[in-house]
Ligand binder design. Sequence first.
Ligand SMILES: CC(C)=CCC/C(C)=C/CC/C(C)=C/CC/C(C)=C/CC/C(C)=C/CC/C(C)=C/CC/C(C)=C/COP(=O)(O)OP(=O)(O)O
Ligand SMILES: O=P(O)(O)OC[C@@H](O)CO
Ligand SMILES: [Mg+2]
Length: 247
Amino acid sequence: MLDKKIRRWRHVFKLDPNRMLSDLALEMICKSDTDAIIIGGTDGITYENTQQLLDRVRKYPVFCVQEISKIDAVVPGFDGYLIPAVLNSGDTNWFLGAHHQALKAYGDFIPWNHVLLEGYLTCNPEAKVSRVTKANTDLTVDDCVAYVRLADRLYRLPIFYIEYSGTFGDVEIVKAARSEVSSARLFYGGGLTTEEQVKTMAPHVDTIVVGNLIYFNAQRAVQTVAWVKKNQQRKKVKRSQVKKRQK
Ligand SMILES: CC(C)=CCC/C(C)=C/CC/C(C)=C/CC/C(C)=C/CC/C(C)=C/CC/C(C)=C/CC/C(C)=C/COP(=O)(O)OP(=O)(O)O
Ligand SMILES: O=P(O)(O)OC[C@@H](O)CO
Ligand SMILES: [Mg+2]
């Protein structure tokens, strides 16, 4: 069941089928200690380039899911499927219309135990995803809290994804989401390139997503796994210290 799997994800890489990646870089990414690979992107996604990338990743035992952005590019054979719904989109297509159309056409063939909906809050106005979905990225902390309540409490979505694709985000927005989220897993992705940035974001979220860095410095991208996991261990130590103090 995909919902159980994602509970263990602290770090994931996102690979874009529309971008070139050498075999060596792909091997480093797949053999890293990451928890999963997400294959997806906003534009230029086709059945063929997604299938080709999946075939290359399948040489390695890493868990691999597709993030669906185009219905005719859905490829069978992934370990799971993530379906984005952009909550702050200015066009209902990106949280309702495309999903309705997809279910009308393919609703009988969906492996439901392996499919999860992600509530996206896309916050970088320059990102392709914000432009394509006409997202309202002018968000206050109160807007963010309201979106978390909508996704997590009202719709009970399994994932709330703070997306800053291409740029490092506002930690106050992330902290506000953390303080409000109850059962959804909190994902953060956007502009992570240094240990300092990972240290700033990782303690407030369940899962860190690293994308662009893979394409300009795969070695450094692999290092982000250790940075995230080190951070998690520090949190565990703190929790056990608190327990000792309480006894
Ligand atoms: C048998 C079998 C395999 C069955 C599978 C069936 C299945 C799971 C069917 C799907 C059913 C369904 C409801 C599908 C939804 C269809 C759909 C098209 C929904 C819309 C998705 C959406 C909101 C897309 C908009 C773009 C988006 C959010 C993309 C996600 C990836 C992302 C944000 C990438 C980051 O952007 P990037 O491209 O990296 O941008 P930069 O270059 O700026 O970094
Ligand atoms: O590509 P970057 O900026 O690392 O963002 C990761 C991911 O959230 C993109 O969808
Ligand atoms: Mg990208």
